[in-house]
Design a protein around this ligand. Structure first.
Ligand code: SF4
Ligand code: FES
Length: 257
């Protein structure tokens, strides 16, 4: 069934299905979908949903690599399904599963709660010890100061890095790549004074020191955030902070100060 879709043959999709009201565990279902060179994997899923099986559940929104909601395992690798083409796999089979390392809610939909709690826990907002009056204007920043954290601010919360991380796979308490990169983004921001609050969490056992620098998080990141680099940078700062605590035991300074 091609339903008026101009296609160049078909391609096989093997899609993980899990309907908790009827399935004890996820199983795979095979579908033939039209093969088009310009289709991404998400287009094929949308075709299935529209024309073959309306019960298939998955998340997506923007279809342009911005919202971060369409992450899934594609042939065992965490990918944004709106950013990988059928032609990258054709004529082979494409296996689509929910993101690894997360509980599955239904079909390709994962439970986000742990990730959301970790993002919140690193306090991803500007913290000031001293707030100046509004009439004095904004806190200015040079282009160089902004550049120091810009890369870490490109995250779209797609969770591919958690799905690729072997530490998170075995240690659920690990704060994880994206949240640690986000903490670093604010810790490096010249307008922020909240390092001491964030570092309580990120310098703790389940924070940066749990990372074994496998680097898969940075490999799979579609936005080149380089969370592995952020974590290694934070480790250096943590070590400097540890030494500073002996020199200035009553007032450890943040590295950016
Ligand atoms: S760091 Fe990269 S892979 Fe991880 S959530 Fe952000 S954008 Fe996605
Ligand atoms: S649908 Fe928004 S990133 Fe893929």
């Amino acid at each position: 069934m091609t339903n008026a879709v101009a296609a160049d043959g078909t391609i096989t999709l093997e899609v993980a299905r899990y309907r908790p009201e009827q399935d004890e565990r996820p199983t795979f279902q095979r579908y033939e979908v039209p093969y088009r060179q310009d289709w991404v994997v998400l287009d094929a899923l949308n075709y299935l949903k529209d024309y073959v099986d309306g019960t298939l559940s998955y998340r997506w929104s923007c279809r342009m690599g911005i919202c971060g909601s369409c992450g899934m395992m594609v042939n065992g690798v965490p990918k944004l399904t709106c950013a990988v083409f059928l032609r990258d796999y054709h004529p082979g089979l494409i296996r689509v599963e929910a993101l690894a390392n997360f509980p599955v809610e239904r079909d390709l939909v994962i439970v986000l709660d742990d990730f959301m709690e970790k993002l919140q826990a690193v306090k991803p907002w500007i913290i000031r010890d001293d707030e100046k009056p509004l009439e004095e204007g904004e806190y200015l920043q040079t282009p160089e100061q902004r550049a120091s954290f810009e890369q870490y601010s490109m995250c779209i919360n797609c969770m591919l890095c958690y799905s690729a991380c072997p530490v998170y796979q075995s240690e659920e308490k690990f704060v994880g790549p994206a949240a640690l990169a986000l903490a670093q983004r604010y810790n490096l921001d010249s307008r922020d004074q909240g390092n001491h609050e964030r570092n309580e969490l990120i310098w703790a056992d389940e924070g940066i020191w749990d990372c074994t620098f496998v680097g898969e998080c940075s490999t799979v990141c579609p936005k080149h955030v380089d969370p592995a680099g952020a974590i290694q940078q934070a480790k250096v700062e943590s070590t400097i902070g540890w030494f500073q605590s002996f020199l200035t035991p009553f007032g450890r300074k943040s590295v950016k100060e």
